[in-house]
Design a protein. Structure first.
Length: 395
């Protein structure tokens, strides 16, 4: 036992290490994988923290606290990477537009004070990765994105950004912005850089956002060059549970009420799905629309493109996805299950979810897609850190 513990400790010392801020249920940690050593994790939400500890019980790395109360001197060791999925509510297009001045998204600044403290202490990480919604690019006419870019440049980091949709990996439409900085003294393989923006990760919106960044901050900007993943071979239907435990199938009356709220166009989509010759799964969102008389009515809008809509936190009933399963003429409906949301985020079947449905939905809907993090780790983080691929596989 002692020999095994010593071997494990030695392995941890040779693995790349990271701090995980705004950790939620530890999805960035899941994406980085067992070949990475977590030195510290933080989240404000105690319920999410319980799930984090349930899935990562070894070690006492999680601190449930307001990021404003954490000081750089309190962080252990010297991490290679800091991951920060800071709150998106004030940057989201559906939010109030407060941006980085908002109470929630504004936690970026106390988070960055920790980064500056580490830099000042000689423990600045080689890599910093931020993740947020695409509204970050246009918030306050692009000034919030420029502010983030400037923090990287002022702290001594070259940086670049990528827009990655989780739909490349899992059947969920979930485009997100990733800003990755590398410390100035870290050697960068030229193969990891592109002389100009390239598809699919450097979108037109991202290019416009960089055009609004100050000339001084642009001097530190790079175009990261990573390959697109292999073509996804799964559909939304592959992720559906026949006998979910967290939700129940609607009664015929509830199903008919849902269909009754569909417009003629959406009912036509449903009829087409019945003729598809295979099981079709559509996701439904309830929207307030104007009918032909100009009166506001609630509509059920369905999509049958083999991809789920973007998971969100279940703040209101309309934000929770309803699914419609069509097998020929047979049509069933219900809320998407907790396990299905976990699958759509790339979490494996062994991941332990909260027993409460809304808590599970909040955890997954507020997270980062696991496969996207793994792709960034394989194609960018690990090459930048000089990590041996074979060692990572063995780990």
């Amino acid at each position: 036992m002692i020999a095994q513990r010593v071997a494990k400790e030695r392995a941890a010392q040779t693995m790349p290490s990271f701090y995980e801020f705004f950790a939620g249920g530890g999805m960035a940690r899941a994406g980085l994988g067992k070949g990475w050593n977590c030195l510290f994790a933080n989240d404000f939400d105690a319920k999410k923290g319980l799930t984090y500890q349930l899935n990562y019980p070894s070690g006492d790395v999680l601190r449930i606290d307001d990021v404003r109360k954490i000081k750089a001197a309190e962080l252990p060791g010297h991490a290679d990477l800091i991951w920060g999925s800071f709150p998106c509510q004030d940057l989201s297009l559906a939010g109030g537009g407060a941006g980085l001045k908002g109470e929630r998204s504004g936690t970026f600044y106390p988070f960055w004070e920790i980064v500056k403290g580490l830099v000042g202490d000689g423990r600045g990480p080689k890599l910093i990765a931020l993740e947020n919604v695409l509204g970050t690019l246009t918030s306050h006419s692009g000034r919030d994105f420029e502010a983030i870019c400037k923090t990287f440049a002022d702290a001594g980091y070259r940086y670049g950004a990528l827009v990655i949709n989780a739909a490349l990996f899992v059947p969920q439409s979930r485009p997100r912005l990733f800003i990755i900085g590398v410390r100035d003294d870290v050697e960068v393989d030229p193969a990891l850089l592109s002389p100009e923006p390239i598809a699919p990760f450097h979108t037109a919106a991202l290019q416009r956002a960089f055009e609004r960044v100050s000339k001084a901050a642009q001097k530190k900007m790079v175009w990261w060059n990573i390959p697109a993943p292999p073509r996804r071979n799964t559909t939304f239907a592959d992720f559906i549970e026949e006998n979910p435990t967290s939700v129940s199938w609607h009664t015929d009356a509830e199903r008919d009420l849902l269909i009754g709220k569909m417009s003629a166009v959406n009912k036509a989509k449903l009829e087409a799905a019945k003729r598809a010759g295979r099981r079709m799964v559509g996701c439904v969102y309830k929207r307030t629309r104007l009918d032909e008389r100009g009166v506001k009515v609630q509509r059920a809008e369905v999509r049958f493109d083999d991809v789920a809509g973007c998971l969100r936190t279940p703040a209101g009933g309309s934000s929770r996805q309803v699914i419609v399963v069509v097998d020929g003429k047979k049509v069933r409906s219900r809320l998407i299950s907790a396990r299905e949301t976990a699958r759509l985020m790339g979490l494996d079947e062994s991941y332990k979810l909260p027993k409460n449905y809304n808590e599970a939905y909040h955890l997954t809907g507020d997270g980062v897609a696991v496969h996207v993090v793994r792709h960034l780790a394989e194609q960018l983080f690990e090459p930048l850190l000089g990590v041996d691929d074979a060692a990572q596989v063995a780990a």
